[in-house]
Design a protein around this ligand. Structure first.
Ligand code: SAH
Length: 283
């Protein structure tokens, strides 16, 4: 594959020396990079990337130094401070710095904190959004994050609090009542607590749930379960983070919209899983 096809004419911004571009890499599949991300990868002197950024994406920046700044599962924030200050140092050395983060840099990614530190140190920044795993990852599993028959709102929630340990500080009662569909990031570690709290707050134990791990990569796995059975089913399936957990009726849409399964020859299980009489509208 060639990575140097010219980008179509557009006023592509130049990554100047001494700048930091904070960029989302999307959930995994390199095809989900934005053109701004590709433009940035081609110009960077140095790419500082997270654990969730797929190695294949770094191939788009063969000229750059690649620095791994992996942080996994809510380690102490001193490390975060080190990363932010490293970005400051590199910019001050006159490098063209690309800070590459999984998904979208401003969605549960501490991108806001890093950008704030940079601005506080007088470093000019540009923010490049990315496709967040909670939207793109679910789409790859055939789950629409909103669907007219299901939800008029969606809640994105993290399963970790600031300490990285417990979801205890979150108001799960309000969250459970807040919208028909919940999209939980970083929920695997505390899924027993989270599912119990949602059921205690009134969500039915039979409510459909999907767990999508390493979404959009070749290792993507999808588990369809319910709030009441999720803990046992995750254990039985041996599923590991990173995972997006989607709670709500929209999970049923996978029965008709599992487009990856269909491409592999698996017939849809149910053309109208919500039973709204919309099996083949206006065909
Ligand atoms: N900024 C990222 C989220 C970072 S928090 C974004 O917008 O997607 C890290 C969490 O994101 C993981 O614990 C997991 O819940 C989720 N995540 C990121 N990439 C994922 C992927 N490819 N598959 C499943 N979950 C993913």
């Amino acid at each position: 594959m060639t990575h140097n096809i010219p980008l179509p004419a557009h006023a592509w911004p130049t990554l100047e020396a001494g700048w930091v571009w904070l960029c989302g890499a999307g959930p995994g599949d390199p095809g989900l990079l934005t053109l701004h991300a590709v433009n940035a990868l081609r110009q960077a002197d140095v790419v500082i990337y997270d654990a969730l950024v797929q190695e294949a994406i770094l191939e788009w920046a063969p000229q750059a130094e690649h620095i791994f700044a992996g942080k996994r599962g809510g380690k102490p924030s001193a490390k975060q401070r080190d990363i932010s200050l490293r970005l400051v140092d590199l910019a001050r050395m006159g490098k063209k710095v690309l800070r590459l983060k999984g998904g979208d840099p401003f969605v549960f990614g501490r991108g806001g904190e890093e950008a704030q530190t940079l601005v506080q140190h007088g470093i000019p920044v540009r923010i490049i959004p990315g496709i967040s795993a909670g939207i793109g990852g679910l789409a790859y599993a055939g789950i629409p994050v909103t669907h007219r028959d299901v939800n008029q709102s969606v809640t994105f929630v993290t399963g970790h609090d600031q300490s990285g340990n417990t979801p205890g500080s979150l108001d799960w009662v309000s969250i459970s009542k807040g919208s028909q569909v919940l999209v939980i990031y970083m929920g695997m570690k505390h899924i027993a607590q989270i599912s119990a709290k949602l059921i205690a707050a009134g969500r039915p134990a039979s409510e459909p749930v999907a767990v999508v791990t390493t979404a959009t990569t070749i290792d993507q796995r999808v588990l369809e379960t319910t709030l009441g059975t999720i803990v046992a089913d995750i254990a039985a399936a041996g599923m590991e983070p990173p995972a997006i957990i989607c709670v709500g009726q929209s999970v049923l849409m996978r029965q008709v919209l599992d487009w990856q399964g269909q491409a592999a020859g698996i017939a849809p299980r149910n053309l109208d899983p919500l039973g709204r009489g919309r099996p083949a509208e206006s065909v």
